[in-house]
Design a protein around this ligand. Structure first.
Ligand code: GLY
Length: 561
């Protein structure tokens, strides 16, 4: 409310300030809610809930459905992370991130002079890590699922077999990648046809339907062994890929201890390494906690300065201190410590920008186009799933496994290919995230759940590569500090600073012109950029009903009952 008044008081920017504000509250649902990147996938999840499935059953069905209807990021050829909270407040965190093949090595993407070879970690068979999604879904279902496994995969089989209508955005995306799909798939793929795709065209994927039916029948063996494993290894041999039968057989999703802390009395529970998401999110929240953001207001001058400087410092730490905890000793306690983060903010000034060249990762007290997709689900009992999944870039490596119909990830680019060399998101890394056989590449995925007074409060996450953590951070502040409803918090314009490059990337018209002038005058470099993230989130209202926020930046949809 306060923010609305502030926006009204600067007349000329009324529209940009309030465009995301809503006249009406979003609809609230009493029994269950599913928010995903595609209406068909949201519907699959909703039908599973209505059939008596719980949040994990719905998540498994949605993950497979997204592999069909949202192939640019939904997948079985990639990996992801799930944070789960049951109705009694027990948490679990599942890491089904891809792993480097056994034949991988630190310098595999460098030329003879030691420089990264353009696109080698991004396109083609060599760009892929060992996929983790199928094992992840099997383990999630074994531990928490209620309904029969095959019944959860079946909706995806049907969608692949019968087809589904492309949205306008999807038709555009497929057309724009025709050349690359043709180059990397000489045997043909369902994504390429003679004439251009248009909205409403039916995309049928018979090979993917067959693969999914094997998974429905044989669970993990339907993917990591037998026919599908043969197709993957053949695909590797057609290019320069190195994923072997043994890599597939040995892949294991892992249960991890979630990373947790508090922010203004809310408990924040998120994904630990090998995602940097949870630690970075909590570090940013800790960095801004001492400042009166709510009094200053949404994206007002002081608010922006504090948030930007927090983001800058946390991303500097990310570059040095984060990697797969099975290979690198991540100083997690230090990074999420309140005093550590408050201390990091002490040298910020309200009159001029810090320089990223002056900001380095905190030292240890002692040795110790981005794509991806997120969905949030709460079921009738109150169990909640926050799940982010990815094949990294849009349509991953662009390699569709011939005869098996699914896209392979290009997740190897999330490793630090060379210390100090930026990856596709401009992120820098070092030894902590260097390539090693079997290691999992550092992620930014931030599936997160908040509790208020011991009860479920918020389920949130987003795609967006390096911008994931700042988008989740800002969505939480929008609810907790700026009093927005769930849809407003998701729709609100976003900005992003990741230490290097030393710039604030902001959605067009995100920042009030007067604040822009003030920030520029203080040395902040502001650059316009396209949509940041696609947050799909659920807020539990005081009466226990569920309010969804589906990101208008995509085709995202909230469906409940
Ligand atoms: N591939 C994007 C991420 O994991 O952060």
């Amino acid at each position: 409310m306060l923010q609305q008044l502030l926006c009204l008081s600067v007349g000329a920017v009324l529209i940009s300030c309030n465009a995301f504000r809503q006249e009406k509250l979003p609809r609230a649902y009493r029994n269950g809610l599913v928010v995903t990147a595609h209406p068909e996938a949201s519907n699959v999840g909703l039908q599973i809930l209505k059939a008596g499935g719980n949040a994990v059953d719905a998540a498994v069905a949605v993950q497979f459905a997204l592999a069909v209807v949202y192939p640019n990021a939904g997948n079985i050829g990639g990996g992801g992370f799930m944070v789960y909270r049951d109705v009694d407040g027990e948490f679990a965190a599942l890491d089904f991130r891809e792993a480097a093949p056994a034949a991988a090595n630190r310098d595999m993407y460098l030329d003879e002079s030691g420089n990264p070879i353009v696109d080698l970690s991004l396109r083609g068979q060599l760009a892929s890590g060992v996929p983790g999604v199928v094992d992840g879904m099997v383990r999630a279902h074994e531990r928490f699922g209620k309904l029969d496994w095959a019944a959860l995969v079946k909706p995806a089989v049907d969608l692949a077999q019968k087809g589904f209508p492309l949205t306008a955005m999807q038709a555009r995306e497929l057309n724009s990648r025709k050349e690359s799909f043709t180059k990397y798939n000489p045997l043909g793929t369902a994504f390429v046809r003679e004439v251009e795709w248009t909205e409403g065209d039916t995309l049928v994927q018979p090979e993917l339907a067959h693969t999914l039916s094997l998974i429905a029948e044989r669970k993990r063996a339907g993917f990591y062994e037998g026919e599908v494993a043969d197709r993957i290894v053949e695909e590797m041999n057609r290019g320069n890929g190195i994923i072997s039968y043994d890599d597939l057989k040995r892949y294991e999703a892992k249960w991890r201890e979630p990373v947790a802390s508090t922010y203004r009395g809310y408990r924040v529970v998120s994904m630990p390494p090998p995602s940097s998401g949870g630690i970075a999110l909590i570090s940013m929240l800790k960095s801004v906690e001492a400042f009166p953001l709510s009094r200053w207001g949404f994206q007002q001058d002081s608010t922006m300065r504090v948030m930007i400087e927090a983001e800058r410092r946390v991303y500097a730490d990310r570059a040095t201190h984060l990697g797969d905890p099975d290979f690198y000793d991540v100083p997690q306690d230090m990074l999420i410590d309140s005093a550590y983060n408050a201390d990091r903010m002490r040298n910020m000034s309200f009159s001029h920008a810090s320089f990223s060249s002056d900001i380095h990762a905190g030292s240890l007290p002692q040795p110790e186009h981005e794509e991806t997709t997120h969905f949030s689900i709460v079921d009738q009992e109150g169990n909640a799933v926050s799940l982010t999944t990815t094949i990294n870039g849009s349509y991953g490596s662009h390699v569709v496994v011939a005869g098996a119909g699914f896209l392979l990830n290009n997740e190897m680019d999330d490793f630090s290919v060379k210390p100090g060399a930026p990856n596709m998101y401009g992120l820098i890394g070092g030894t902590a995230n260097a390539i090693e056989p079997g290691k999992r590449m550092l992620s930014s995925m931030t599936p997160t759940i908040l509790e208020k007074d011991g009860e479920l409060f918020l389920v949130v996450g987003t795609p967006g590569g390096s911008t994931i953590m700042t988008s989740v951070f800002q969505t939480i502040l929008n609810v907790v500090d700026f009093g927005m409803n769930m849809q407003e918090a998701v729709s609100a314009p976003r900005f992003h600073h990741q230490w290097l490059p030393d710039e604030v990337a902001a959605e067009k018209e995100a920042i009030d012109p007067a604040v822009r002038r003030s920030l520029s005058g203080s040395g902040y470099k502001l650059v316009d950029r396209s949509a940041i993230g696609r947050v799909d989130a659920i807020l539990v209202l005081p009466d226990g009903s569920l309010q969804g926020g589906a990101d208008p930046r995509g085709d995202d949809k909230a469906m409940g009952y």
